[in-house]
Design a protein around this ligand. Structure first.
Ligand code: GLN
Ligand code: ZN
Length: 745
């Protein structure tokens, strides 16, 4: 008996909801628990309350089908690994709660699992390790427990699980797995655990379950598509099970859609904001389609006409259509009503999670009374308006590298193996409090300014004392490397409470880029020149690149992204010029998010990389030959976009290779990478102070593939999350290691 008569899917739903808490309750609870200030029970109490509040709120907003299982104490991919007991051996000795957080963050002597970006978002998930011997089994009853918890409040929920194919595709082979092993090979062994879970949910009276398969919107091999077929045929064949809703999102499922449509799953979710209406030859007549017409990736109100047209078009093709969000609302803040400081004209155009739920509900009621018929503009994808403000004027390229390198060597006179940092120095509690006080009006500009200058002087003094060669001002004036610039550029608004989870307890407040971007006046020049006035050594000016500023903001959808990035590039270009004119000889323009905006399908990737690189070069090409341009990429998997990183044409590139062993370093010739390179010599994500010996070793390894005159010595990322104590000890060792090796070259 296969779900004989699935109860119909209610008319409206969301694929997921924010979970950090409207006032970042989860963040505070986690950090308090991790620091040992509170017990696990306290954390659990807050988690329970957050889940309950979400169910109540969704219900109160009138949503038809309320999901459960969208909460997590750290990450939903990690939760999936734990649910199926795919816990690597090294964590198994620990009590369950400790094992969970050790996988996420490491524990004494135990390395964490790797963390990486969730598709093209700025959310990071924990990468499960799966080997040939991973013994999958249903461990614990988390999804059932949540169903019961919600039911106790009177809500029947739809458990949300990560689907088996995406789960395996996002996992990486365990370190001891044989060459050629792929986690997806283990699908036949994993499916029984999903089958048991479905049976258990059915026994609990659950009507629908959601299986998230966002991996299906990227290019998939025939083998991977076959895995989709196998998985959903088998799960569809479970004797007594809830009805299955497979959610695809972040793009178009393309060739995976007909495969899914031929399996017994009852409902399919389509992202109709980024994807398009299903091709006419795909038979959806037996399926419920959850039509994602309200974007979970931006903060704009939905165009109701366009959404309704798409819904009507889908209704003609499917057995039943449900109004939904394009993806989980995890990626947007809670409630725009709290943003009382925003210009009302802008606020009116905005929708955060609460408002988006209301839109879904409203669209469902509009759809119920909408007549059938040829809809106008049925393709709901945001069609960018064709009018760009002014076409960007071309910028002449910089001189060839050899010319620049000679001019810079002459001008800068740096030693071999120059030591520098990535930009930020520790952000002290005092500084953060002062910033809060400034915002609240409890501290005046002048007092804040004095404090920032103090911090700059401190950072410069430390670097001089330790003997670094290229100094930084330490970025004390920046709350965040993107928000700070957004606050000083026209065309951006910033929120007070618009927090979005980035990973674990970490949240960011993405600025809102709503209009044409312009730089009304210099932004960083006074801080950089102040730092330079304190020292004879070169100070490196520090800017965020145009792609990263855009990637970490919510961006207007009425202009093509490349035009928006180009406007930001011009603003950065103005700043580069002014820094140079103010006497800075080295300027770093960070692009840690270059990889993040890479389209998920190969077809769009080259085009994206071409304009992204172009924007970077546009931002930096105003610099004269003797001004040295640096760039930094961290979690951006420089490896995968090696040619683009090379094409940025920065004089010096620093990458996070302490953890990722960038291919740039291992085979610098691969990308024709022939300029300066600073592979991170230690991992700043850990409080551990690296020994001189290990730094030397990592430098020696680099020197095997890189001539000494091109090697830079630096930590693998900014130091703002560390303490001065840690930083001073670590940098002292870095300088010693560099000096020891300098003797040989
Ligand atoms: N310059 C920035 C810093 O040091 C770079 C941060 C980053 O790579 N994410 O903080
Ligand atoms: Zn970094």
């Amino acid at each position: 008996m296969t779900a004989v008569r699935p109860s119909p899917f209610p008319a409206s739903t969301v694929l997921g909801y924010p979970r950090i808490g409207p006032a970042r309750e989860l963040k505070h609870a986690l950090e308090s628990y991790w620091s040992g200030r509170t017990a696990y029970d306290e954390l659990d109490k807050i988690g329970t309350r957050l889940r309950e509040d979400t169910w109540r709120r969704l219900h109160a907003l009138g949503l038809g089908a309320v999901p459960s299982g969208t909460f997590s104490y750290y990450d939903q991919v990690l939760d999936t690994a734990v649910l199926f007991d795919a816990v690597p051996e090294r964590y198994r000795g620990l009590p369950p709660e400790d094992a969970y957080f050790a996988m996420a963050r490491g524990a004494a002597g135990i390395a964490p699992l790797r963390m990486t970006k969730w598709f093209d978002t700025n959310y990071h998930y924990i990468v499960p390790e799966i080997g040939p011997d991973t013994a999958f089994r249903l461990a614990g009853d988390a999804p059932l427990a949540e169903v019961r918890q919600a039911r106790a409040l009177g809500h029947d929920t739809r458990p949300v699980l990560l689907g088996p194919v995406t789960y395996l595709l996002l996992s990486e082979p365990a370190p001891d797995a044989p060459a050629g092993f792929a986690p997806l090979d283990r699908l036949p062994d994993l499916l029984p655990a999903y089958e048991r879970l479905l049976a258990a949910l059915a026994a609990e009276g659950v009507a629908w379950v959601q299986l998230d398969e966002p991996a299906l919107v990227a290019d998939r091999s025939a083998e991977e598509l076959a895995a989709v077929r196998t998985a959903y045929r088998r799960l569809g064949a479970v004797a007594a099970r809830p009805a299955l809703f497979v959610a695809t999102y972040f793009g178009d499922p393309g060739e995976a859609l007909p495969v899914l449509a031929e399996t017994p799953v009852e409902a399919i979710g389509l992202d109709l904001v980024r994807g398009s209406l299903p091709a006419p030859d795909i038979d959806l007549s037996g399926k419920t389609v959850v039509a994602g017409v309200v974007s979970g990736r931006d903060v704009w109100r939905t165009d109701h006409d366009r959404a309704l047209a798409a819904l009507v078009a889908v209704r003609e093709r499917a057995a039943h259509v449900v109004v939904g969000t394009s993806c989980s609302l995890l990626h947007v803040p809670y409630d725009v009503e709290r943003e009382t400081g925003l210009d009302p004209a802008l606020r009116e155009r905005l929708a955060f999670a609460e408002q988006k739920v209301a839109e879904v509900v409203e669209l469902a009621s509009l759809l119920a009374s909408a007549p059938d018929g040829a809809p106008r503009g049925a393709d709901s994808r945001a069609t960018p308006s064709p009018v760009s403000p002014e076409p960007a004027a071309p910028c002449p390229p910089r001189s060839p590298y050899a010319v620049r390198a000679a001019a810079q060597a002459e001008h800068l006179r740096l030693p071999t193996l120059p030591v520098t940092t990535i930009g930020s120095f520790p952000q002290t509690g005092e500084l953060r409090e002062a910033r809060a006080a400034l915002t609240a009006g409890r501290l005046d500009e002048a007092a804040y300014e004095a404090l920032v200058r103090n911090e700059i002087a401190r950072a410069v003094a430390v670097q001089e004392r330790l003997g670094l060669d290229v100094l930084v001002h330490g970025e004390p004036e920046r709350n965040d490397m993107v928000q700070y610039f957004a606050e000083h550029l026209d065309g951006f608004a910033v929120t007070r409470h618009g927090w979005v989870q980035s990973y674990g307890s970490r949240c960011t407040r993405p600025p809102i880029l709503y209009g044409d971007v312009r730089r009304p006046e210099p932004i960083t020049v006074r801080w950089a020149t102040y730092a330079q006035s304190l020292t004879d050594r070169p100070v490196k000016g520090m800017l965020t690149g145009p792609v990263t500023i855009v990637a970490w903001s919510f961006v207007r959808d009425d202009l093509p992204l490349r035009d928006v990035v180009s406007q930001v590039a011009d603003a950065v270009r103005d700043e580069v010029r002014d820094l140079e004119a103010a006497g800075l000889s080295i300027i770093q323009v960070d692009e840690p998010a270059l990889r993040e905006l890479l389209p998920l399908r190969r077809a769009g990737q080259d085009g994206y990389l071409a304009w992204a690189v172009d924007a970077y070069r546009r931002a930096t090409s105003g610099a004269s030959d003797r001004t040295q341009i640096h760039t930094h990429l961290c979690y951006s998997d420089a490896d995968e976009i090696i040619a683009a990183v090379d094409a940025l044409d920065a004089d010096v590139t620093s990458v996070e290779s302490a953890r990722s062993h960038a291919r740039l370093l291992r085979e610098p010739a691969v990308g024709g990478f022939e300029r300066g390179l600073g592979p991170g010599v230690y991992d700043i994500h850990s409080p551990r102070v690296p020994e001189v010996e290990e730094i030397e070793e990592s430098l020696r390894a680099a020197l095997k593939v890189l001539p000494a005159h091109r090697l830079w010595v630096n930590p693998d990322c900014g130091l703002k999350t560390r303490t001065y104590e840690e930083v001073e000890a670590a940098l002292a060792n870095v300088v010693t290691a560099a000096r020891n090796l300098r003797g040989d070259h």
